[in-house]
Design a protein around this ligand. Structure first.
Ligand code: IVH
Length: 707
């Protein structure tokens, strides 16, 4: 008789199956520990997956033998859900990028324009951009009480036990404000990184591709004793919640953090001009190789904290800072193939499959080739790029990678082109569904015309639907969506919400499927139910409408307030004319392209049926305007007109919105308040005709001054 572990599942006796399930539970449990706790995998990922599949298949055949500790019920590694969550009192943001001197000049211009200041009047700090991961340390009464990763900026992971093992993180500080959140970067030095990899190799464990990965893997460890054995460091460069200001300037605040006992970067400088910023950039670039840790650029910050305050934030980045990145990393390798991926909006995107190559510390095997013109060696206007050199499979190509962005193919070496290399023929039918793929006039991209009939578009739409910024359903990620789609369980978003009804009980149980158990199936159904209540903005973003991103969805949600109003307006709107169309276009930040795309989608029969079916499953929450306590303009619609003398239009608008007002570009019966500066014309007249209250800039400043 053969061993149960090598036997076909169909041939297993119940006794053999029971023994085999016990064995698999042990092997998979040990593999999990080795991988996630010890960072020292014992079996390959493929082998792990194959064992897990075998386990699930045996369970499907003998449901009654499923163990209470079944590996099917265990989700990935403990790391993924092992940390408690921390909501940041002050959001942790990222930075906008500048790639050359011109971008830096533009940054300074934007800052001054927003504030209405002359050239040369704004001072900045310049400091290295550390290539690690950010950490927020909270001190209360001088004692470290919390340490959290950035997470999505709003909610991070509580990594207190690990942070306490970092030598540069003081446990107690003296003379600090009562509440102080210090923010900075956790990183690993080159020397420590190499020593760690050497130790890992010796122990037969997993090595890290670069110091950043090593630092991230070490900080996000459930077992703090492992973190302790991996020397991490910390530079402080910013702060979150504060009970008292640290200083009046950025430079002063950093000095203060240094006095409190934090490591701050010694290459931080105060610069009065953009020329001085560029000079410091060059100096840091020159020192880069000798620093002993990775940096990927230089960060510039407005020095005056009162100006920082006035400048405030865009949705995810501050207006008062920018990261001037170092030039991209380059490498040469062979182009082994070109695949065409079909995206959510039908775009056919060529992806380069590369012979794996190390580009500045990261192994790269895929890169984007943008579109068919790019491959052919011309730009959207038909002008040559790369002096007209096209790219062919088999070519020797140059890959470049800048920061976190997707690697790109920059160039091709014709002297190494194989004799038989053929020009690449871009498909004119969708490789996924066979529908025509067409290029509309002025569009650089060829698109599949299959709409939701195209499986690739449907799957991508579903993936987008469950993604983090949309419905964010725990346990239902890209991988699960693909499986469910392939099996015909989910064809459109509405189907997600009928899964329990269709597969929760009776014959076709989700829990009997490979990879699922009773517990994980129920968890999934519960997670889905939890998202039936959904904020309007998330629903709109989740629909995956072309040209409608997160910011646009928020604008629409805030404007229309609830689903019914939105839906009625989109049904009524005629593209290009009429009141509903104009109201949509009047929303500040909504342009004609976005507006037309939204109206079109809502008026297409198939799309509309899918959306209606979805909404019928949901309880769409009204958009709540942020309540700004004591704000006299919260919820009011205001219009600015004429010249403002004490602040720029952009600042006035941002300030009004921060106070909960809706800023509109035109006066109508819905306007609550007109702020008219000198030179106000037709809007002031219309306001007067409509009896809308009108005040001047001083009146406005007085009105909001209490805040
Ligand atoms: S300031 C509100 N300064 O870069 C802005 N960030 O790309 C707060 N980083 O998430 C960030 N060195 O993790 C700042 N000297 C530095 C930095 C730095 C590295 C990281 C940080 C941030 C990311 C943005």
């Amino acid at each position: 008789m053969s061993e149960p572990q090598s036997k076909e599942i169909e041939a297993l006796t119940p006794q053999e199956a029971e023994a085999e399930l016990a064995r698999l539970s042990g092997v998979l449990g040990a593999a999990n520990t080795a991988y996630h706790r010890d960072d020292a995998p014992e079996i390959s990922d493929a082998e792990y997956d194959s064992l897990k599949r075998r386990n699930a298949a045996i369970e499907a055949r003998f449901p009654e033998l499923k163990r209470s500790d079944s590996p099917s019920d265990q989700v990935g590694g403990a790391v993924a859900d092992g940390f408690s969550k921390v909501t940041h009192e002050v959001r942790m943001l990222s930075l906008g990028n500048a790639f050359d001197d011109e971008d830096v000049a533009e940054f300074d211009e934007r800052v001054r324009k927003y504030l209405g200041l002359e050239p040369g009047t704004v001072a900045y700090t310049a400091e290295p951009k550390i290539d690690g991961l950010s950490l927020s340390l909270r001190y209360e009464g001088g004692a470290l009480v919390q340490a959290a990763t950035r997470g999505d900026g709003e909610i991070g992971e509580n990594v207190m036990a690990n942070a306490r093992t970092i030598e540069d993180v003081p446990h107690k500080i003296n003379g600090a404000p009562d509440v102080l959140e210090v923010r900075g970067e956790v990183y690993m030095s080159h020397a420590d990184f190499e020593a760690l990899n050497a130790r890992q190799t010796e122990a037969g464990g997993k090595t890290f591709a670069n110091p950043r990965n090593a630092a991230a893997g070490s900080l996000r460890q459930l077992d703090a004793s492992i973190t302790k054995a991996r020397p991490l460091r910390f530079f402080a460069y910013a702060w979150g919640a504060l009970s008292a200001p640290l200083s009046e300037t950025q430079f002063g605040a950093i000095e203060r953090l240094s006095e409190l006992g934090f490591q701050t970067n010694p290459l931080t400088r105060l610069c009065d001009t953009t020329d001085a910023l560029i000079a410091q950039y060059r100096a840091i670039e020159e020192a880069r190789a000798t620093l002993g840790y990775d940096i990927d650029g230089v960060v510039y910050k407005v020095n005056d904290l009162a100006l920082q305050q006035r400048l405030g934030f865009r949705s995810t980045t501050p207006r008062w800072a920018v990261a001037h990145k170092f030039p991209a990393e380059l490498a040469w390798t062979t182009l082994e193939g070109i695949d065409i991926q079909v995206g959510r909006t039908g775009a056919l995107s060529p992806v380069a499959r590369l012979h794996p190559v190390n580009v500045g510390g990261v192994m790269v095997s895929n890169a984007t080739l943008h579109n068919e013109d790019y491959i052919a060696g011309r730009d959207a206007k038909g002008q040559p790029i790369r002096e007209g050199r096209d790219i062919r499979v088999g070519d020797h190509v140059q890959v470049y990678r800048a920061g976190d962005v997707i690697p790109k193919i920059a160039d091709v070496d014709l002297s190494k082109r194989p004799k038989n290399a053929e020009p690449f023929v871009f498909p004119t039918v969708c490789p996924e569904c066979g529908s025509d793929a067409v290029r509309e006039e002025g569009d650089a991209v060829r698109r599949c015309t299959g709409g939701i009939v195209c499986p690739a578009q449907a799957v991508e739409k579903l993936k987008h639907f469950v993604s983090r910024a949309a419905f964010d359903i725990e346990g239902l990620g890209a991988k699960q969506v693909e499986q469910f789609y392939a099996d015909g369980w989910i064809k459109q978003p509405a189907d997600i919400f009928t899964l329990r009804e269709r597969y929760g009980t009776g014959l076709q149980q989700l829990k009997n499927r490979e990879g699922w158990g009773e517990k994980s199936a129920n968890n999934l159904f519960d997670a889905i139910d939890e998202k039936r209540q959904i904020p309007l903005a998330r629903l709109l973003f989740g629909l995956g409408i072309r040209h409608l991103g997160e910011a646009g969805s928020a604008l629409l949600a805030n404007h229309y307030g609830n689903w019914d109003t939105f839906e009625a307006a989109m049904t009524e709107a005629e593209i290009g004319a009429g009141e509903a169309w104009e109201a949509l276009n009047d929303i500040d930040g909504v342009g004609a392209v976005m507006a037309a795309s939204v109206v079109n989608t809502l008026q297409q029969d198939a799309e509309r049926a899918a959306i209606d079916a979805l909404v019928a499953q949901l309880d769409v929450q009204e958009a709540v305007r942020r309540v700004v306590e004591g704000s006299p303009v919260a919820g009011k619609t205001v219009v600015f007109t004429g010249t403002l003398e004490k602040m720029t239009r952009a600042e006035a608008k941002a300030r009004a919105e921060a106070l909960g007002a809706k800023v509109s570009g035109s006066v109508s019966a819905k306007t609550d308040l007109l702020i008219a500066g000198p030179g106000a014309g037709s809007k002031a007249k219309k306001a007067a005709d409509l009896g809308v209250e009108t005040i001047d800039e001083d009146g406005w400043l007085e009105l909001i001054s209490a805040l």
